[in-house]
Design a protein around this ligand. Structure first.
Ligand code: ZN
Length: 331
């Protein structure tokens, strides 16, 4: 049967009809809002590279958390900018570190808001890499100068300190091999078996992180991250990364970035039964904002289309700087 009995336009004939037949609808429940916390008092500073995003200090973050929770957004993803950096990123697991204090503030102000914490070393190391520098020169050739296993041990320490401070979910973003296993074992050994792990499983070495590196002050001082983050041309490798992370104890897996990797999100959603998260990264956010600021795009409709596409591809959870704006539109 074809035309004229079949007319596809019948199902697009009115707004009610379109609403009735659509399969994908964005919900506020889908969103996670990223937050940046830094040292200082009374800080709410605009981040230059990212429209409408701010650096907060520990004492101002509770108010922001209340605002986010009042919109119905279920979770935040917390990034820290420490007061001092060193070669191993020791501020990352300091008991009185900026993230550890912020977790307590947020949980006290809004206990229902899930606190997910980014687990990485790049904001905390003076060289800006996500792991520690290889001490042995012979080995450094094969690993881009970053020691995998030594980094995993430190990342597990960071995750434990966030769990001790009250984080609901820890989210390792470093892309070292085996870090989920290290973190899961460390959490188990310390009776934090109910802390979930959201793994940045398929994190690509992407140019779309540009604005974030400014926001997190985490650009690497030498080399690049291509020996640990994934090559953008790989697809099967993402499936292997995700399978390994699930086996090692990840509860939720993530694909990052989202927009240029919708095929990876789709494949992961078809293949794996655990929740799939996608990170709508700073470059995607700023491409749209910049185009809108230049009068080239309608921001609201482009934003909703972009987020809907990420969900339609198979993401259950969308981490996005648009979360607050989109939540206001959906309500
Ligand atoms: Zn990192």
């Amino acid at each position: 049967m074809g035309f004229p009995k079949n007319r596809m336009r019948r199902l697009r004939s009115s707004d009610s009809m379109r609403r009735l037949v659509r399969r994908t609808s964005l919900r506020v429940d889908d969103f996670v809002y990223p937050l940046f916390v830094r040292e200082g008092m009374g800080v709410k500073e605009p981040i230059k590279s990212m429209t409408d995003c701010f650096h907060f200090s520990v004492d101002t973050i509770a108010e922001e958390a209340r605002d986010i929770a009042s919109l119905g957004i279920p979770a935040v993803l917390l990034f820290g900018l420490p007061g001092k950096k060193d070669a191993v990123g020791s501020e990352a697991w300091a008991e009185d570190g900026v993230v550890q204090r912020a977790i307590k503030e947020i949980k006290a102000a809004t206990p229902e808001l899930l606190v997910i914490t980014d687990i990485c070393l790049c904001e905390y190391t003076d060289h800006g890499h996500c792991g520690v520098i290889e001490a042995c020169p012979e080995r450094s050739r094969g690993n881009g100068g970053i020691d995998n296993d030594a980094s995993c041990e430190l990342l597990a320490r960071v995750a434990l300190s966030h769990a001790q401070a009250g984080a609901d979910v820890v989210a390792p973003s470093d892309m070292m091999d085996g870090r989920i296993k290290y973190i899961r074992e460390t959490l188990e050994e310390n009776s934090f078996e109910n802390v979930a792990i959201l793994s940045y499983s398929a994190k690509y070495a992407s140019a779309f992180y540009g604005p974030f590196r400014d926001a997190a002050e985490s650009a690497p001082a030498f080399g690049d991250r291509k020996t640990y983050q994934m090559d953008p041309a790989c697809s099967n490798q993402a499936m292997a990364e995700i399978a390994l992370d699930i086996e090692e104890g990840a509860d939720i897996v993530m694909i990052k970035p989202a927009l240029a990797y919708l095929d990876i999100i789709y494949r992961a959603g078809q293949r794996f039964d655990c929740p799939i998260a996608a990170y709508n990264v700073s470059g995607e956010y700023m491409m749209l904002n910049s185009a809108a600021e230049a009068g080239l795009l309608d921001k609201e409709s482009a934003m909703m289309e972009m987020l809907t596409a990420i969900k339609r591809a198979g993401a259950d959870i969308i981490i996005t700087y648009f979360a607050k704006e989109a939540a206001k539109q959906i309500r």
